[in-house]
Write a protein that binds this ligand. Sequence first.
Ligand code: UPG
Length: 460
Amino acid sequence: MAIKPHCLVLSFPGQGHINPMIQLSKLLVHEGVKVTLATTCFYSNTLQNVPPYISLESISDGFHNGGFGEAGTFKAYLARFWQVGPPSLVDLIEKLAKLGNPIDCIIYDSALPWALDVAKRFGIVGASYFTQNTAVNSIYYHVQLGKIKVPLIESEISLPSIPKLQLCDMPSFFNNCEDDEDLAVLGLATGQFSNVNKADWVLCNSFYELDKEVADWTMKIWPKFRTIGPNIPSVFLDKRIKDDEDYGAAAFKSEEECMEWLHNKPNGSVVYASFGSLVPLDEEQMREIAYGLRDSNHYFLWVVRTSEEIKLPKDFAKKSEKGLVVTWCSQLKVLAHESVACFVTHCGWNSTLETLSLGVPTIAVPQWSDQITNAKYMVDVWKVGIRVPIDEKKIVKSEALRDCIKEMMECEKGKGMKKNAMEWKSLALKAVSDEGGSSYKNMIEFVNSLFTCSQLEVIT
Ligand SMILES: O=c1ccn([C@@H]2O[C@H](COP(=O)(O)OP(=O)(O)O[C@H]3O[C@H](CO)[C@@H](O)[C@H](O)[C@H]3O)[C@@H](O)[C@H]2O)c(=O)[nH]1
C-alpha cells in the first residue's frame, strides 16, 4: 500500500510561467507526488506534449475563445479573470474530490494570489511559486509595503541585501508607468505579495548560490521561503528524469531544422538571439537588431515569432550565408549546442536561468518589466554578460549591438565571461544534485511535508 499526496499546480497562462511550473510538476511526480496541472481553458488547449503522467485541467478566465486577445486590454483581462477564476478553481477542486481525487496542496503561480484564499477555504496546503528572480521579488514587495513609490523619484535606491540600483536598473515600471496597461502589470507584480505571508510555503525558481544574501533576507521575512530551481528539463542539468529534454508545454511549434544548421557550424561560432514568448519589438528596434546581427559578421540564429515576422526589414533574408531566422526553437537544445557561443537575450527569467545553467554568456537587450534588473545582475553581479547601450529613444542601435557581439566573440572580455558562465553552470548543477544540493534538499523538505499533510489519499 502506498500513500500519495495530490498537488494541484496552477499556472498563469504564459510560456514564461507554464515552463517552470510543468518542470516543477515533473519533479514532484518523480518524488512520488500525484500532480494535476491547471491553467486557463484557452491556454491549456494550446499546449503541446504535456507528459501523460501529468493530468491537465483548466479553470476559466472568462474568455474561452481567446484569452488576452479576446479581452482587448490586459487590464480588462485581469479584472475578469480575478472575478471568474476563484469560483472556477473552487469548482475544479470539488470536481476532483467527487471523482475520488481530492487535492492536498495547491502550488499556485504567485501571480494568482487568490488561489491561496481558495486553498485556505478548503483547509489545504497553499504554496506560492515565484517565476521571477528573488531580488526582483524583493523590489516589488517593497512597493507593496509602500516603501518604494512608483514612479521612482530617487535616482538610486538601496534595499536590504541588494546592490545599490540606479533608476535604469529597476524594473521598467519604475521609469515608465504611464498607461493603464503598465499599471495593470505592475498591479499583478505587487499583488503577488498581498497575502503571501499566509502561504504555507513560498517557493522560488532560483537557486540559493545565485543570490545568497537576498535568499537569506527573504527567509527572515517568510521562514518557509525555499529556492528550488533552476526548474529546467532534467537532461540539461541533473539528468534525474529519464529522456526529459523538453518542457513539454510549448504554445509554439519548434523549427527543428535549425539544429541541423547548428550541427554544420564550427564550435563556439554562433550567436543565438531570442526575445522570449511575449514582448513585441517595434519596427525600428527590429531593424536595428537585424542589421546588428548581420553586421557582426558572425553566424547567428535568431528567433522571430510569427507575429513579429512582418516587422523584419524587407531586404533582410531569413536565410543567408551567415544567418538563420526561425519562428521558434528548442531553446535549451540550442543553448546546449557546442556551436553556440553567446546569447543575445531579452533577459526573461527563464532564459536567464537557462543560459546560466548551460554556461552560455549573454549580450543583454532587456525590454520590459523584470528583464531590466535581470540584465543588471547578469552584468554586474554574476558577470556573465554585456548590456548593449540604448540611445536617447531607448533603442539599441545596430552599431551598438554589432560592437557588443564583437567584444564577446573576439576579445578577452568574452573569454572571461564564458569562464564565469561555466562556473555558474557548475553551481546550478550542484544545487539540483541529489548529493546535498541546496535546491534538491529544499524540494525534498517540501515533498516530505506533503506526505505528512492531513487529507492523504490511500492508494492500494
Ligand atoms: O524559440 C524559443 C524561445 C523561447 N523559448 C522558451 O520560452 C521561455 C521564455 O521564457 P522567458 O525567458 O522567461 O521569457 P518570456 O516568455 O518573455 O517570459 C515572461 O515571464 C517571465 C517569468 O515570469 C519574465 O521573467 C519575463 O520578463 C516575461 O516576459 C524559455 O523557457 C525559453 O526556453 C523556447 O523554447 N524557444
